[in-house]
Design a protein around this ligand. Sequence first.
Ligand code: NAD
Length: 340
Amino acid sequence: DILIKTRVTEQLGIEHPVIQGGMQWVGRAELTSAVSNAGALGILTALTQPSPEALLKEIDRCRQMTDRPFGVNLTILPTIKPVPYEEYMAVIVESGIKIVETAGRNPQPFLPALKAAGITVIHKCTSIRHSLKAESIGCDMVSVDGFECAGHPGEDDVTNLILLPLAARRLKIPFIASGGFADGRGLAAALDMGADAINMGTRFMVTREAPIHDKVKQAMVEATELDTALIYRTLRNTARVFKNSVADKVVEIESRDGPTNFDDIAPLVKGTRGRELFEQGDLEHGIWSAGMVIGLIDDIPTCRELVQRIVADAEAIIADRLSGLLTDSRRDTLEERHAG
Ligand code: NAD
C-alpha cells in the first residue's frame, strides 16, 4: 500500500495528499466522485450549477456516486451576471458538506456559518499576504496558488518556488500547493517545500472521467508549456487560459491604446461559451482555463490511475532518489540517530 500521511490527509480524512481544485463547468459529480473514489479529494464547483437548488441536487448526485469525503468550491470574483453567493453558501451549509474551498474575495463574512456547521474551510490564495490574512480570520487551510496556475493567478506573478517556502516559513495552518502540479516529482517537491498536499485542476481535466469533450483533452495533451495566455491583465482580473484564437483576440483588444472596456471582450469570454466549448469540442468557440502544466500532460488516464501513479512516484522519489543522494556515512549517522 502506498501511503503518505500529512496534516491534510489526516484532517480531511483522505487517503492521498492530492486535491482536485474548483473548475468552472468541469467540477461536476462525475469527476468529483471519481477523484474521491481514487482516495484523493474531489471538489464540486458551485457556480457550474445554474442555481443553489441545482447545487443541492448535484451534491446529492455526487453522494450517490461516492461514499468518500468530497468538498464544494465557491469562487467569488467578478461575473457578468450577479451571483447570489449567500444563497449558494446557505445551500452548501444545509447540505451537510464538511469541506469548502473558497476563492477570490475574502471569505470572512461566511466564516461564522461555516465554522458553526463544523466545516473545514480551505481558502485559495495567490499571495503570502492573503494567506496570512486567511489564517488570521480562522480559515483552516490555504491553497497557495502560484503564477503557473490555470485561471486567476492574481497580479503579483510569483511562482511556487518562492511562494511555497515562504508559506512554510510564515504560516502555522497547513497549506496545499496549487499551480503547476501533475506528477510525482511535483508532489515530492511540494512536500519538500512544506506543503501538506497538492491541488490539481488542469491535470484532472485531462482524465477519462472529466466531463468535457475529448477534443479539449486531446488539445491539452498535444500542447506545450508555451500554450497558455494571460488575459484580463489590463482589468487586474488576470486569468491564464489555453492559447487559442479567442485568447489572442482578447490580448489584442487589451493592447489597444486607452483603458480596456470589459464590454468589448465580454462576448468573447462569457462563461456560457466556455461551457459550449467543453460540450461540443469546438476549440475556437470561447476560452477555457489551463495552466502551464499542460506541458507535462501527455496522456488521458483514469483518476485512479493518475492518483496511484503520482503517489507511487512521489514515494519512490522520497525513499530512493532523495535518501540515495546522501553519502553512506551521513546515512549511517541518520540511521543511528533513528535507532537511538
Ligand atoms: P462569467 O461568464 O461571468 O465571466 C467570464 C469571465 O470574465 C470570468 O473570468 C470573469 O472573472 C470575467 N469577468 C466578468 N466580469 C468582469 C468584469 N467586470 N471585469 C473583469 N473581468 C470580468 O464567468 P464564468 O466563466 O461563468 O465563471 C464563473 C466564476 O468562476 C467567475 O467568478 C470566474 O472568475 C470563476 N472562474 C474561476 C476560475 C479560477 O481559476 N479560479 C476559472 C474559471 C472561472
